[in-house]
Design a protein around this ligand. Structure first.
Ligand code: 5RP
Length: 228
């Protein structure tokens, strides 16, 4: 799993704090990344102790981990709704997020948007006054060249995400490519989100505008919970 940002203690504090929000009988969206993984492990321990939940994974990685720790799983179309989703972020500013560092943002957005409550787990390095992290854009492989040009026309600088232990590009769980799009500071996230979504061949972008209900920011000595 990729490691980003803050310390493992900070990530663990955030993940375990969010897992405390899980109640018996809930359907829980299981986010992706090293911070959400702490929440998944904590939910797994609670399941061992008798908690009755079903998890809806947001990625290959979260499915694998949830299976390993014994969380019963369901797909989104097999449940009536999602009570709570717990997910990480690459950056947050209030309730706005940039996600997709793990290239899982398309499924994450589907599950997180379906949830009655989205609890984001983060270490302090993810906090920003204004979003300025590159925005991941998942595109159909055939749209790589045209989407690259479209992002440039919006004022962004797109870079095809390259794999680290494979020659060539990162290929998402959905078989697509990712353009990391540098826009500098994002003054109007909703406008940029609409512009990116309108690019032909765009599958999903990593701007989660106004989606977080809570952000649990883990520190070495506790957790700050921000509610929106
Ligand atoms: C994956 C994501 C992750 O939630 C995000 O990259 C944060 O990961 P981490 O907790 O490892 O920093 O959006 O697509």
């Amino acid at each position: 799993m990729k490691a980003t940002g803050g310390s493992d203690e900070e990530k663990r504090a955030a993940g375990e704090s969010a897992a405390e929000a899980v109640e018996d009988g809930m359907v829980v969206g299981l986010g992706t990344g090293s911070t959400a993984a702490h929440a998944i492990r904590a939910i797994g321990r609670a399941v061992d102790s008798g908690l009755d939940v079903r998890g809806v994974p947001t990625s290959f990685q979260s499915r694998e981990l949830a299976r390993e720790v014994g969380i019963p799983l369901a797909s989104l179309d097999a449940v009536d709704g999602v009570d709570l989703a717990i997910d990480g972020a690459d950056q947050f500013s209030g309730p706005h997020l940039v996600k997709g560092g793990g290239a899982a943002h398309a499924r994450e957005k589907i599950v997180d948007a379906a949830a009655d409550r989205l609890v984001v787990v983060a270490d302090p390095s993810k906090a920003a006054d204004r979003l300025d992290h590159p925005i991941p854009l998942e595109v159909l492989p055939d749209a790589r060249t045209t989407a690259t040009a479209a992002v440039r026309a919006l004022g962004g600088a797109p870079a095809l995400r390259r794999a680290e232990r494979k020659d060539g590009p990162v290929v998402t769980d959905n078989g697509n490519l990712v353009l990391d799009c540098e826009f500098g500071g994002v003054a109007r996230p909703a406008e940029l989100a609409a512009d990116l979504a309108a690019i032909p061949g765009a599958v999903e972008h990593g701007l989660f505008v106004g989606m977080a209900d809570e952000v649990h920011v883990g520190r070495e000595d506790g957790v700050d919970v921000r509610r929106f």
